[in-house]
Design a protein around this ligand. Sequence first.
Ligand code: GLA
Length: 732
Amino acid sequence: MKQLVLLVSIWIGFNQLFAQIPTTIPIETSQNALVLHIDKDNRVGVAYFGKKLRQNSEYEILAKSLKYNDNNAGIYNSIYTPSGSWNLVEPALEILHADGNTSSDLKLVSYSTQKIDENVSQTNILLRDPVYATEVTLSFKVYFKENVIEQWSSIKNQEKSGILLKKYASANLYFVAKDFYLHHYHGSWAKEMKPEDTKLTAGIKTLDSKLGTRANLYQPPTFMLSFDRQATEDEGKVLLGTLAWSGNFKIDFEKDSYDNLRLLAGINPHASEYSLTPNEEFRTPSFIYTYSENGQGEASRNMHDWARKYRILDGEGNRLTLLNNWEATYFDFDENKLTSLFKGAKDLGVDMFLLDDGWFANKYPRNGDTAGLGDWQENKKKLPNGIGYLVKEATKAGVKFGIWVEPEMVNPKSELYEKHLDWVIREPNRPEVYFRNQLPLDLANPEVQDFVFGVLDDLFTKNPELAFIKWDCNAVTYNAHSMYLERIKKPQTHLYVDYVKGLYSVLKRIRAKYPKIPMMLCSGGGGRVDYEALKYFTEFWVSDNTDPMERIFMQWEYSYYYPAIAQCNHITDWSKVGIKFRTDVAMMGKMGYDIVVNKLDEKELLFSQNALKNYANLKQTIWHGDMYRLVNPFENQMASVQFVSNKKDQAVMFNYLVDNRYDLNSLLSNTKLKGLDASKKYKIKEINVYPGTKSSINEETIYSGEYLMTIGINPNLSHRRTSVVLEINEVK
Ligand code: GLA
């Protein structure tokens, strides 16, 4: 490996000395290429991003034909744009050097590609400032088959004393197209993932968060970028990208004076200047992206395949169906009430009972959201026999037992706050500002990390049969000040970054000791999900909003980035619509319940029991199959999504009416299926049929895959059939 680096370095030197020929570094997936070129001054820029060429020697021709030749343009396409020297656009890197100088430049030292296995390889590009010794390594991890690139940078202080990183992007890319269209999101509590489409114009469009904890509450770091024209589900060029970081992020899209697009993605530099002592290295989070020339659907399936195989904890494994007590009881429960709910879980047919918020704290009991957070001892009044008793009773009732925690947070009304004010993120000179009556603990502090680890470790040690954790995080960060950083004389501007690093270090410890226990990532809904956190979590809570009509749209948007196996969808009483509609909508992800089972009438219970059986039969296809979006609810009166098993012998099609206007029937025509085997024969059966009603779908007809994908079928949605689930099986 070292030899290869040396050879490449010598070759670069030789090249520059004699031939002055620009050379290229192709970074290729099975379909696409990111081609970098090295110019005559040894600077590295993006020569090409798009569909790969069969002969990669032709990238040399392409690189030579680049005509970025006015004074500044040579740096527009920089693969990591330095600031303070000749660059005049948004930089990737800004450094205050040890001597107080603010200028940087970066030139290639060496590069190498290492094969990690048959499918994965990593290219590292080492850049150095010709004047200052600071080094930057750009890493591109390529997942060949999935067409995914994971990219990050590592900045190493090689100077004689400390430097200050003022900006330190993970990725800096460059795209050439006629126009660029950005599909991005905004939202808030119970309103996650509201999409917007923007044609990018001159200047910078920024997606960012400054919320600290729960960073994605208003905006997630996920987006789709279409080239030339707005990509659709099955057509068009589109990059689907996301930053794997559970804190403040910033993603800039800058159109340059050539009308090309510069992309910079990374940690938000806002209030986050980071100091590095000599020899210290800072690794930025990963920017993860995939590209397709066949539309958003293919891009999302690339991401799903990658996420299940390489990222989400146990992404290729199984999940538990569950009954949660949050909406059923809120804080108002005791031991008897809970144990009486276990039977409901068993009757329904789920795998597990999940005890939510309200089980802990004694001096300031957790009977509402104003007190008790931080005091993780069972509340003696509500649970005189402790969690251990509940676990035993649940097991007796035939279900597993899981529990809710929110270990990063504290209520001012708690013993923890009284004992450890120094552990709380707060501005000592200012009044405290609360979000849901609470404050985050300072995870930059190793003692706090131990405490948070201890909350989980204690629960597992005392209750080895505990089967599941719901890890919540309900407050943003106000008054971002750390007494710990003050004590160790580090800049306060480390807090946002060190908090997230502290969180990951706790999660790593938990996973080292408890590698398999499923954990749900929750943040007052979906305020935190990202692909770094999902290394440690098996699933995430999409939103507290469980109104099925809202969920159709939210789940649709989340589904571009995260596979169904990771999306927790619960059937609750939030909405008054019938249980069938609620169930059919929840089924397109990881299904669960948050209802009082004994309030269901006979038909509702029977329907739910059957739905769970249907889910058991289809869950492998939903969790591990390919997802196809058939009819977009944002543009139509219905939504339709489909999952197809890997062998293409089973599929399921979910259809939902989203618009109840008069004369609807005549407007709804056939829906074409996707992803089946054209030459296979299939039969279609309607499932989740409500007791006492009849399906209008003929189960006996045999269709070819070709027919279903060319002509399609009509699920017969109507005012009386507002949701229809169809199971499609190969006839052998
Ligand atoms: C958050 C979660 C809910 C529930 C409550 C408990 O809002 O999103 O599901 O756990 O906290 O306080």
